[in-house]
Design a protein around this ligand. Structure first.
Ligand code: ADP
Ligand code: ZN
Ligand code: ZN
Length: 740
């Protein structure tokens, strides 16, 4: 009897055989529902065979192969297989992570009728002309409903108000809910009818005329359509990288009919804005956004539009790298240096690196865009492995704001703020301009210190200090969430002189409010932005000029254009200079550049002021000169000299558990096993405690393997028997780790 080989989301590195009536090669890539243990699982068919090597008695029946859904294409299966092999996971685990949640539940794959909408009696229902012109959604819905019943997945294409409109129609007795056949929505029922929305006509809108550097980049990259060619697009903030991406997507679309562009972006909260811009340019039909903030059904519907080739531009976060794209012609990774491209749990893949692999496998160009590229990509470009396109000027022609340092060794600061910075903000407030003060920490102060004995409030569950959150009167651990009331007296010596040390956003906000009572100040950090929609409200407030000063963390760094924002202050950046993480400087440089990029986006000149006690530090020197290449060259030289990535390749075995000794013993055994493989050219370091040795009562340690040869490292990984994951010690292999 034929069998299907099914990859399942389990940490077992082989596919599982299941008996089936008939199976063909065409089933490869299809989803299958199979019994597993006492339950059922959804897996992906990765092979078919005439018979299994397993004895018949051990074989179970495949319950269903989802032939009503399109199969995953060969290149996605290959990408998943590569990802599994490279990051030491199983193909089933990768595929499970790559599939929309709605496809991973066995129940969801069992056909059942779906509830749609249909007109009760079209004669009794007003036509589109019966609605005011502005009621575009209602008009479009009526047109579509007259053509036939509507699938629930189709509704979202009519915009966010469509559901309410349908409910109103139902209340008016115009439409009723009906059962639709259990087939997946077809193209016709999912995609909004052409012309239903004013923005949906297929002809591309036009953007601004490209500046010479943008044009040159577009031409260079477009010349490589149809083959694998990696490009680093290094453009200062505000240089119009997005415009380059849009032009390229447009070219791809018009060069080859139906060509698709995959645009990866780091942040969810950036996608709505970008999505709007893309929809305005290409029409709503042509664009889908994929991110983890979507409801399951919506995500599936969008994913399927990409899979069918109906969507031409697919914009998404990390996970979107696995989207099936039959007509893929171009991949763009925006802000390619961003840390969020690396998945930090489960399969620890790097979406940028997988995107490059996918571009190579598909024979299409890939653009990695950034103002501050990762040292990895910058080095590839320097070495000639990537083409290097540059946008050295801002698109609006205005010079970037000068960056100046405020030396806090020679000036008095109060609550972390120098007079020079406060005066500069006051001047902006007086002239009706806006300021942004970037603080690297949330809370009031990163530590509470006893001035008699030096005690600082520790987290009882972590090897970390507690952060003072004065508003709530609590001490909070930013690692495990532990919180406790602020103590009056030092628990160690009884002294009452406990003082906050260091500055968080709350302290800076409060100090500014005291010193600039006339200013309207708003804080933007995770604490202040907990409420849904809070961030959008802040943006609206800034746009309406109801806010003079924003105080916040890196939430403020990205992607917002505020034309009247002319001053950016940076407080507390120095703590990024002396970190145990060799990437801390690279991150700090990128972060400050991004924050600084918020100033003077429109025609007004801006200014950036950085408070520092280390004005001679090379990082600040490069920032002041706005010379990323000098900074990157220095980083690369140091890493090559001292043996850090990308000069070497690393694999980190991370372990954690409730017992410190057991955790270290597991890693000691792993280190011995690694050495015993006898593979040359790999340094197996001694296991050490993690930089944060304990989090939430679990001890953490790590074992670093390092080599200049990727293949040596991989040979060792192949030969290495890893310690098993037990309830006492959890072990995770992190290939190309990005966190210490
Ligand atoms: P980046 O992503 O490189 O920081 P953006 O793509 O956000 O820059 O572009 C910055 C601003 O410049 C945007 O408001 C964009 O609309 C505008 N812009 C881009 N290209 C041009 C151009 N050729 N002419 C005029 N404005 C442009
Ligand atoms: Zn004390
Ligand atoms: Zn803690």
């Amino acid at each position: 009897m034929p069998v299907v080989r099914v990859a399942l989301d389990v940490p077992v590195d082989r596919a599982f055989d299941y008996r089936t009536d008939a199976a063909t090669e065409a089933d490869i890539g299809r989803l299958a529902v199979v019994p597993f243990g006492r339950g059922r699982k959804v897996g992906v068919v990765v092979g078919v065979a005439a018979q299994s090597e397993l004895p018949d008695a051990r074989l179970r029946d495949c319950l269903r192969i989802a032939r009503d859904l399109p199969a995953l294409p060969q290149d996605v299966l290959a990408l998943a297989a590569f990802c599994a092999d490279y990051y030491r996971a199983t193909p089933g685990e990768v595929l499970a992570a790559a599939l929309p949640t709605a496809l991973r539940r066995p129940e969801a794959l069992t056909p059942r009728p779906v509830r749609g909408w249909a007109l009760v009696d079209s004669a009794a229902v007003p036509g589109p002309e019966g609605f005011p012109k502005q009621a575009t959604t209602r008009r479009a819905l009526i047109i579509a409903l007259r053509a036939g019943p509507m699938h629930p997945d189709a509704v979202l294409a009519f915009g966010t108000t469509a559901r309410r409109a349908l409910a109103d129609f139902e209340a008016s007795g115009w439409v009723q809910r009906i059962d639709l056949p259990p087939t997946p929505a077809s193209d016709a029922s999912i995609d909004a009818p052409s012309g239903a929305d004013p923005a949906s006509d297929r002809t591309s809108g036009v953007g601004p005329a490209l500046r010479p550097a943008q044009r040159a980049a577009v031409e260079t990259i477009a010349a490589t359509f149809g083959r694998f060619s990696p490009h680093l697009l290094q453009g200062v903030t505000g240089s119009g990288k997005t415009e380059v991406y849009l032009h390229l997507a447009d070219r791809a679309m018009h060069g080859v009919d139906g060509a698709q562009t995959l645009l990866l972006v780091p942040e969810i909260h950036l996608t709505p804005q970008l999505e709007t811009a893309l929809a305005a340019r290409f029409g709503v039909d042509a664009v889908v956004a994929l991110h983890s903030g979507l409801a399951d059904g919506e995500r599936l519907a969008r994913w399927q539009r990409a899979q069918r080739g109906a969507a031409r531009v697919i914009v998404g976060t990390r996970l979107a790298v696995f989207t099936p794209l039959p007509h893929l012609a171009l991949i763009v990774v925006d802000e390619e240096h961003d840390a969020s491209y690396k998945q930090q749990e489960g399969v620890r893949y790097h979406a940028r690196d997988l995107a490059v692999w996918r571009a190579r496998a598909r024979g299409v160009p890939i653009v990695l865009g950034s103002a501050t590229p990762s040292i990895e990509s910058w080095r590839h470009a320097q070495a000639g492995r990537y083409a290097h396109a540059r946008l050295p000027e801002r698109a609006n022609g205005v010079a970037p704001p000068p960056i100046r340092l405020i030396d806090v060794r020679t000036r008095i600061t109060r609550d972390g703020l120098s007079d020079a910075l406060v005066d500069a903000i006051a001047a902006r407030v007086a002239s009706g301009e806006q300021s942004l003060v970037f603080v690297n920490r949330r809370g009031y102060a990163p530590a509470v210190v006893c001035h008699a004995c030096g005690w600082t409030a520790p987290c009882p569950r972590c090897s970390a200090r507690l952060t003072l959150h004065l508003r709530r009167g609590r001490l909070l651990c930013h690692w495990c969430g532990h919180d406790e009331p602020v103590t009056e007296a030092c628990p160690s010596c009884g002294n009452l002189d406990l003082r906050p040390r260091g500055e968080g956003t709350q302290r800076v906000e409060q100090a500014l409010a005291e010193r600039l009572p006339q200013a309207r100040i708003t804080r933007v950090d995770r604490d202040a932005m907990r409420r849904r929609g809070a961030f959008a409200q802040v943006r609206a407030g800034v746009a309406a000029r109801e806010i003079d000063v924003l105080v916040g963390t890196q939430m403020l760094a990205k992607g917002h254009d505020f034309p009247r924002l002319t001053l950016v202050g940076v407080v507390g950046a120095d703590q990024g200079l002396f970190s145990v993480d060799f990437r801390a400087e690279e991150r700090l440089y990128a972060l400050v550049t991004q924050v600084a990029g918020r100033a003077g986006r429109a025609d007004r000149a801006g200014e950036v002021l950085i408070q520092t006690a280390f004005p001679e530090h090379p990082l600040y020197a490069a920032l002041v000169e706005q010379n990323f290449d000098a900074f990157a060259a220095g980083q690369w030289a140091a890493r090559a000299r001292y043996g850090f990535p990308p000069a070497v390749h690393q694999v980190l075995l991370r372990a954690d558990g409730p017992d410190e000794r057991e955790v270290h013993a597991a890693l000691d055994a792993a280190a011995r096993a690694a050495r015993a493989t006898g593979v040359d050219g790999v340094a197996v370091h001694d296991p050490v405690a993690a930089p944060l040795a304990r989090v939430a009562d679990r001890w953490r340690a790590q074992l670093l393997l390092q080599s200049t040869s990727r293949s040596a490292l991989r040979r060792l990984l192949d030969a290495w028997t890893l310690p098993v994951d037990t309830r006492r010690v959890r072990v995770v292999l992190d290939v190309d780790p990005t966190e210490p």
